[in-house]
Design a protein around this ligand. Structure first.
Ligand SMILES: [Fe+2]
Length: 293
């Protein structure tokens, strides 16, 4: 696959860090225009109380309004397991199309079963406005973006490239953070390694923006690096580590990890493009399947 790379286009990128889930959401906008996209928004939840709030989403909406931007796209890099998406809430306020990778159907099939979602839950991705395939392009005003299929962490993972800015989702973390786990249903460490190589094959000076950072070894939170930095220094895949090294390390490491705190609410909401499921009386309601994850 040859991707339509435009390194001379340098979009403006605003980052919003969510302390509750260590997620970074982005507004990416034209360098000399007023169109933008939002990538990986966060819906706030107090899971113990069963209460949803909108502070994080409202901060994104306020910034788009303050700068008088037009929102063309609301992009999910994947079905997140650690936070809920605010995509429908943002769409209601600002418009824009919600897009995700076309392998969402695989994720919907897997977790539709886990959550016994019933026949009203379509497994065809129709909850989203656009399903991206590897190499698909789209426009944000006068800028072009494209998607790179990067399965491994989850089947529907996509990296998005807009000019010289690349939003890596959960394929990579900062060089000292390494990579994301590959042990969720549909995950695969070898496939993740191959996907990471697609990102590392982008131009050295491409700006990379992380979806998560946990500030390893007590350092401050960071979210921006470059392809050159990752190739040289990433602790899991940089400096010439082999596919076999990676699979061994990743598999052993994943066996020690607890499930993300919000995986149960996150999957149920995010597999529906951010819509909270409802019971037969129309009340918003989540399920907790026991001993399945
Ligand atoms: Fe993730």
């Amino acid at each position: 696959m040859t991707y339509p790379i435009h390194m001379t286009v340098t979009p403006h990128v605003s980052a919003f860090f969510d302390e509750a889930t260590n997620t970074i959401s982005y507004i990416v906008s034209e360098p000399d225009g007023d169109h933008c996209a939002i990538i990986d928004s966060v819906l706030d939840i107090d899971y113990a109380a069963g209460r949803i709030t909108y502070d994080s989403a409202d901060a994104l909406i306020a910034e788009v309004a303050r700068r008088d931007l037009k929102l063309d796209w609301i992009i999910e890099t994947h079905v997140h397991a650690d936070h809920l998406s605010a995509a429908p809430y943002i769409q209601e306020k600002l418009g824009g199309k919600i897009g995700v990778g076309d392998k969402i159907t695989v994720v919907q099939d897997t977790f539709g079963k886990v959550f016994n979602a019933g026949t009203e839950f379509q497994r065809d991705g129709s909850q989203f406005d656009a399903l991206f395939k590897d190499g698909d392009t789209y426009v944000i005003g006068g800028m072009q973006g494209f998607a790179i299929a990067t399965p491994g962490h989850t089947p529907a993972c996509m990296v998005h490239v807009i000019g010289d800015a690349c939003f890596v989702g959960d394929t990579l973390f900062m060089p000292d953070g390494g990579s994301a786990r590959a042990d969720f249903p549909g995950g695969d460490a070898g496939v993740l390694y191959d996907s990471i190589q697609k990102v590392l094959a982008l131009p050295d000076e491409m700006r990379l923006f992380m979806c998560h950072d946990y500030g390893p070894n007590g350092r401050d939170i960071k979210w921006e690096t470059t392809v050159a930095e990752e190739k040289a220094h990433n602790i899991h895949v940089g400096g010439g580590k082999t596919r076999e090294d990676f699979i061994k390390f990743r598999t052993e490491r994943d066996a020690t990890l607890d499930m993300p705190k919000l995986i149960i609410p996150s999957l149920q909401v995010n597999m529906r493009a951010g819509e909270v499921p409802q019971d037969e009386d129309g009340n918003e309601m989540l399920k907790v399947p026991l001993n399945q994850l």
